[in-house]
Design a protein around this ligand. Structure first.
Ligand code: COA
Length: 182
């Protein structure tokens, strides 16, 4: 079991559990087509965001593989919710995990996603004791691959048209990092 000590603070950010009060701010970017463009889901309306937010807020610890910890990323100075980071526990036996990140476009281009994702790697390696953490994205999502490279992750795979997403054949890129390289 892994119950992280929250919040996690960086120089500019605070990573904390979601609460139901985050509905409006989460909807402000979950509803945007440009945000959902390379994700598996479509832009979400308020009711859909309410449902996923309840799931996010309910998980503040990881007790078994298959679970995901989702943290709200807020600005230290203002408390504004600017994005989210995710830690998936993929395999207990093989000590494998995965990270993810989604940020409001109004806060792109400032290094916030990389700053927050680095802390999620830390939680995965130092907290959960993972051996290897991956990150995956659509082959066209260069903003996301740049984050993975900024984190020092290794590009391990480029699968060509391995899945159909939103009605079109889509490439998938996989980056990974081992604990000893963190
Ligand atoms: C993927 C995503 C999180 C990347 O966000 P981002 O803001 O580009 O990433 P970072 O926080 O690492 O910021 C890096 C940029 O900030 C710039 N920057 C400015 N100040 C910086 C600082 N203090 N530190 C680091 N970078 C800084 C960098 O130069 C870089 O710019 P560049 O992309 O033009 O080279 C964002 O595009 C997103 O939310 N997309 C929609 C959801 C999505 O696709 N998620 C990924 C699914 S796999």
């Amino acid at each position: 079991m892994f119950k992280p000590s929250l919040p996690v603070e960086t120089s500019r950010l605070v990573l904390r559990p979601f609460t139901l009060d985050d509905l409006t701010e989460l909807h402000s970017f979950y509803s945007r087509p440009d945000v959902a463009r390379f994700l598996y889901w479509e832009p979400r309306d308020l009711d859909q965001v309410r449902t996923v937010l309840a799931d996010k807020a309910a998980v503040t610890e990881l007790t078994d593989e298959g679970q995901v910890l989702c943290l709200a990323v807020t600005l230290r100075e203002t408390g504004e919710l600017i994005g989210e980071v995710l830690l998936f526990w993929r395999s207990r036996e093989h000590r494998q995990g995965e990270i993810g990140y989604v940020f409001h476009p109004g806060h792109h281009g400032r290094g916030y996603a990389s700053e927050a994702a680095r802390e999620v790697l830390r939680l995965g390696f130092e907290g959960l004791g993972l051996h290897r953490i991956v990150a995956r994205c659509d082959g066209r999502n260069t903003a996301s691959t740049k984050v993975m490279e900024r984190l020092g992750m290794r590009r391990e795979a480029h699968f060509v048209e391995n899945e159909i997403v939103k009605g079109e054949w889509t490439d998938e890129i996989v980056y990974a990092m081992l604990r000893r390289d963190f």
